[in-house]
Design a protein around this ligand. Structure first.
Ligand SMILES: NC(=O)c1ccc[n+]([C@@H]2O[C@H](COP(=O)([O-])OP(=O)(O)OC[C@H]3O[C@@H](n4cnc5c(N)ncnc54)[C@H](OP(=O)(O)O)[C@@H]3O)[C@@H](O)[C@H]2O)c1
Length: 288
């Protein structure tokens, strides 16, 4: 598995497996299959409510802990010096692990600085190997970097051919923060799997539009965490290392950028309401 070095020297797989919107029973089966197929990075979050299933699948796999890279995230109700520490220990307990490889602030809301202090302490104690953020746009990331004693290693962002964020990626590079692409297929929205450019480029290589979308992000140095509940697609999404897009093909994909989020705009008041409203979902009441 190809890896990329984070700013603290930790190696992170370039392709990982996302488990958002997977109910626990589906999740345990899917993660078990993903590990069989060859994934070594699993991306979960307390808000996904499937950390226990991820942990069960990891134990079932029999793989040594050092071979795996497990990410979880603190949600908006888990922000602050005390709350984030407790949230991390809860995630570790759910997963049945004594250490996370990457722990992220899920959203740029709430007591982010208090949360960051907790994360720095967790890193120093060895409870987590790397710390980072998610959905932090350039201004929020730069602001956090001003208060941080330990710089974030990763900013997990919506990044796909329809939302390419070249300017923000340049800022991340300047700050030494690695991007990681969530929803690398835009969850299929906008007809991504049938996109004429993606399918035409894919046909030239005898590949799928999905593989071209992943390969494009990887070639511009962006690790990806696609999700699938289908074993054949899990394998397809990993098979992206034995072909390469040429300069012209990269330029054709660059032209697909719509310059705005397809799934989540963290700055939109409606989205802030929606995210906090998520906590009112009865399924998630244990999060409070
Ligand atoms: N930090 C954040 O705020 C945040 C937000 C969203 C997501 N994430 C992370 O990023 C991961 C990926 O994002 P996502 O799950 O939202 O969306 P995604 O990976 O862009 O798309 C997943 C969708 O694509 C389909 N799919 C997967 N591979 C395919 C293929 N080869 N051909 C055709 N269809 C395919 C899946 O269907 P099937 O499952 O039916 O195969 C599913 O409907 C998440 O699981 C989560 O871990 C993080």
């Amino acid at each position: 598995m190809q890896t990329i070095r984070l700013n603290n020297g930790v190696a992170m797989p370039m392709v990982g497996f996302g488990v958002f919107q997977m109910a626990p029973e589906v999740c345990e089966r899917a993660v078990a299959e993903a590990l069989e197929v060859g994934y070594r990075l699993i991306d979960t979050a307390s808000s996904y409510k499937n950390e226990r299933a991820v942990g069960a699948a990891i134990r079932r796999s029999g793989l040594p802990r050092e071979a795996l890279f497990v990410t979880s995230k603190a949600f908006v109700n888990e922000m602050g010096r005390e709350a984030t520490r407790e949230a991390c220990l809860r995630s570790l307990d759910n997963l049945g692990l004594d250490r996370l490889d990457l722990y992220l602030i899920h959203m740029p809301y709430g007591d982010v600085v208090g949360a960051w202090r907790a994360m720095e302490a967790l890193l120093r104690e060895g409870r987590v190997r790397a710390i980072g953020v998610s959905n932090f746009q350039g201004d929020r990331l730069l602001d956090l970097c001003q208060c941080a004693e330990i710089a974030p290693a990763v900013d997990q962002l919506e990044l796909h051919p329809y939302y390419q964020r070249a300017g923000e990626l340049a800022l991340l590079a300047e700050l030494g923060v690695r991007p990681q692409a969530w929803a690398p297929f835009a969850e299929g929205l906008g007809g991504l799997f049938d996109d004429p450019t993606l399918t035409a480029v894919a046909a030239r290589h005898g590949r799928s539009a999905a593989q071209v979308a992943l390969r494009w992000n990887l070639q511009r140095g962006v690790p990806v965490i696609p999700k699938s509940t289908h074993r054949a697609r899990m394998a397809e999404n990993l098979a992206v290392w034995d072909f390469a897009l040429d300069e012209g093909e990269m330029a054709r994909l660059a032209a697909l950028d719509k310059g705005r989020p397809r799934l989540f705009d963290p700055r939109s008041p409606a989205e802030v309401r929606r995210i906090y409203g998520y906590l009112d979902n009865p399924v998630l009441t244990t999060l409070r």
